[in-house]
Design a protein around this ligand. Structure first.
Ligand SMILES: Cc1cc2nc3c(=O)[nH]c(=O)nc-3n(C[C@H](O)[C@H](O)[C@H](O)COP(=O)(O)OP(=O)(O)OC[C@H]3O[C@@H](n4cnc5c(N)ncnc54)[C@H](O)[C@@H]3O)c2cc1C
Length: 474
């Protein structure tokens, strides 16, 4: 039994199914829950991109604020610190005589380095550290293979896990968090300007009003599964582009750990019992296994996930034309389906899975640009940025990852015709199309060559578009 334990919250901003919090509740007389704003998360990356863009930062602030309220409901408090966790947590432990620091284990390089440094700094002062695995559906200890032998092909990974591994039950919310009385300074929640960011104006065109926090995440699940009864049609609707309900939209809450994947799993099982069990209910579990897969692949391959050659060590064949990159990033390529998706991302911080696959393929296959620039842009902009899902999916599309198929090319025009037949999505995000002479926004349109030509010219480009290889146009 410990006298006093610090629980360091990272991407696990919840009180339900939270291993470090639950075990601290069992093993310590007093618990100090802490969140650290690490200045390194708010710096700049290559191309002068914000490491955390304003949409995601806003969602994060809302999530931390909600965690603070949920801890207060358990008679606890959340201490907010600013600085490097490996330093400020140890200082806090020394100043307040904590015996140990509990936290959830991450897998990517930067996060791992911080963990290692924290363990070393704490150890020098006789403070124990304990890392808990909790970010996935299948626990790392329950994998039917050593993590370093995670199958490279998703189907094999999924089948082995489904056959030989069990998903553990969620941990209960602690009844009470006993916070030390002597600590009265809980620290301030920063605002966006303190973090060097502007408030993103909320977009009326966004698929959903995304608000951070465990309460909102659980509310979204409640609405999607139980109130709107949409889980039973998920498999048929999941490739949609417009509106809140074509897919679960759980990703932002999963990324920050406001929702636990095991909690989602238990709710799916309950839905199957109480409402309906079909291919759609299974398919949401299937997608959550993709999320697990990228996490274990990231753990297995470490730094390689962020390297140009990926896990395949491919040779450098990429362009680094910044002008072309920024046209893509800003949604000014002249290809409406790409532009609409990129404008959605920039304005709302979200993009559908179908959109992500297409714009990523366009960047790497049509423009031939360094896939890591695309991954970094997504890192900056996505409200649901998850290091493993993002870099893993980008590697996959770029052909340097785990895709067993060589050259997975998305024909943008065909994709737009299949998934946005009447152009509703494009019109939603590029209303300027209406201003093009001869273009009637009220009429459904197919993406004909002549319309693309008009669109390219409206952006000041010649036709065929100079950025795009001929194959896109046929
Ligand atoms: C280039 C690219 C980058 C991506 N970057 C991210 C990212 O940073 N963060 C992120 O959460 N997802 C990422 N994805 C995966 C996927 O696009 C999103 O998870 C999904 O669009 C989120 O919407 P949803 O919650 O409604 O998904 P749903 O269709 O409702 O799926 C439910 C959950 O399953 C998981 N999931 C679904 N598809 C995938 C997938 N391909 N890979 C991993 N997990 C998946 C997500 O956690 C998702 O919330 C990326 C995909 C691509 C192609």
């Amino acid at each position: 039994m410990f006298k006093r334990v610090i629980v360091w919250f990272r991407n696990d901003l919840r009180v339900h199914d939270n291993a470090p919090l639950s075990f601290a509740f069992q093993k310590a007389e007093e618990v100090i829950p802490v969140y650290c704003f690490d200045p390194r998360s708010f710096g700049k990356m290559e191309l002068d991109l914000d490491k955390t863009g304003n949409h995601r930062a806003k969602f994060l602030l809302e999530s931390v604020d909600n965690l603070r309220s949920n801890l207060r409901n358990l008679s606890g408090q959340l201490v907010i610190l600013h600085g490097k966790p490996e330093d400020v947590l140890v200082d806090l432990a020394i100043n307040h005589h904590a015996d140990a620091i509990f936290f959830s284990e991450e897998v990517a390089t930067e996060e791992k380095e911080i963990e290692l440094q924290l363990e070393q700094n704490a150890w020098k002062h006789g403070i124990k550290t304990q890392a808990y695995w909790q970010s996935t559906l299948f626990n790392i200890q329950d994998l039917p293979f050593p993590v370093m032998q995670t199958p490279e092909v998703f189907t094999q990974f999924r089948k082995e896990c489904e056959k030989f591994s069990k998903i553990q039950k969620t941990l209960p919310v602690p009844k009470k968090v006993t916070f030390p009385k002597e600590i009265t300074d809980f620290g301030e929640l920063p605002d966006l300007s303190t973090l060097g960011l502007k408030d993103p104006s909320s977009s009326s065109r966004s698929v959903l009003v995304f608000k951070g926090g465990e309460t909102e995440g659980i509310g979204r699940l409640q609405a999607y599964f139980w109130e709107k009864d949409l889980l039973k049609v998920y498999k048929e609707t999941r490739n949609g582009l417009l509106g809140g309900d074509y897919s679960s939209k759980f990703s932002p809450w999963l990324a920050l750990g406001c929702l636990s994947p095991r909690y989602i799993y238990e709710e799916i099982k309950r839905y199957e019992k109480e409402r309906k069990k079909n291919q759609s209910t299974y398919w949401l579990i299937f997608e959550l296994i993709w999320r697990d897969y990228f996490r274990f692949i990231c753990k297995k391959h470490g730094k390689k996930v962020f390297k140009l050659g990926g896990i395949k060590n491919n040779v450098d064949k990429w362009s680094r034309n910044e002008q072309h990159f920024w046209k893509w990033a800003k949604g000014d390529t002249g290809i409406p389906f790409v532009d609409a998706n990129m404008r959605e991302l920039n304005e709302s911080g979200f993009m559908s899975n179908r959109g992500r696959q297409n714009v990523a393929s366009f960047l790497v296959n049509d423009l031939g640009i360094d896939w890591r620039w695309g991954a970094m842009f997504f890192e900056s902009q996505l409200i649901d940025y998850d290091v493993c899902s993002n870099w893993g999916n980008w590697m996959y599309v770029a052909g340097v990852g785990n895709d067993p198929r060589e050259n997975r090319y998305f024909n943008i025009l065909r994709q737009a015709q299949n998934y946005d037949r009447k152009g509703d999505y494009i019109r939603h995000w590029i209303p300027e199309l209406a201003a093009i002479p001869g273009f009637d926004i009220h009429q459904p349109f197919e993406l004909s060559t002549s319309q693309l030509k008009k669109y390219s010219i409206s952006l000041g480009s010649t036709y065929p578009h100079p950025l795009v290889k001929y194959k896109v146009w046929i």
